[in-house]
Design a protein around this ligand. Structure first.
Ligand code: SAM
Length: 215
């Protein structure tokens, strides 16, 4: 498995690609709507249930996410079909990508959330795969953690890329929902470790969806 390079504190070189706001009017497919409805019900039950609260888990705007994926496909922006959700929570991004025919992987540190996403994918017959562990490539963990202040990203432990069978630099599109102030960690990660041409889609409540490409 190829090892990612070490960050050298160089500025992030990712190019920003503007996503038109008009895509928010685009309709979703029945399967996308069903996935989002079922996930919202299960998230509500999970939050109200007995499980310990996972403070780092907050779901994103799934409808807008589906519309972004469709736009990225329409524009043929991705170099290939391998998708990875970095910190997958209930795994909706990975499942939406799988519905679009991608080879789709979600990586999540909380086992209770991995269980939820595996159950949802199985119940809905969606071919996304979920792995419990860290998305931060092991050789990068120390240097990335020391160069960024991140309170909501686990920066220790072994990564799971061997288990997925896909190295970080073999993915064509990543999605992440960073906490405020933690975007730069994901941008540096993709800038440093992904292949040229790889895309990173991020969501935040303030900035909305942002799409970057590694030159
Ligand atoms: C804001 S939530 C987003 C969940 C999901 N992507 C979504 O959009 O609904 C961030 C998730 O990242 C997970 N996480 C944090 N650090 C991680 C790491 N190093 N590796 C894998 N998952 C991580 C958290 O447990 C949490 O579920």
């Amino acid at each position: 498995m190829p090892q990612p390079p070490q960050p050298d504190n160089a500025p992030v070189t990712l190019e920003l690609i503007a996503i038109p706001k008009s895509i928010k009017a685009n309709p979703l497919t029945p399967r996308e709507i069903d996935l989002i409805d079922q996930t919202n019900d299960r998230i509500e039950a999970f939050m109200l249930g007995d499980s310990a609260v996972i403070e780092t888990f907050v779901p994103c705007d799934f409808q807008w996410l589906a519309q972004c994926f469709e736009w990225i496909d329409q524009q043929r922006l991705a170099a290939g079909t391998r998708f990875c959700e970095l910190g997958s929570g209930f795994g909706v991004a990975a499942m939406l990508a799988a519905l679009r025919g991608k080879t789709s992987v979600g990586i999540e540190i909380e086992s209770a959330l991995v269980d939820q996403s595996n159950r949802l994918a199985k119940d809905l017959g969606i071919a996304a795969r979920f792995y419990c562990g860290t998305f931060v490539p092991s050789p990068m963990a120390g240097s990335l953690a020391s160069s960024h202040e991140v309170d909501h990203i686990a920066t220790g432990g072994d990564d799971v890329y061997d288990a997925t069978g896909i190295a970080f630099n073999e993915f064509d599109l990543f999605f992440a929902f960073p906490w405020p102030g933690e975007h730069e960690f994901y941008e540096t990660l993709v800038d440093t470790c992904a292949a040229p041409g790889a895309l990173l889609l991020t969501y935040s409540e303030l900035a909305g969806m942002k799409l970057f490409r590694k030159p």
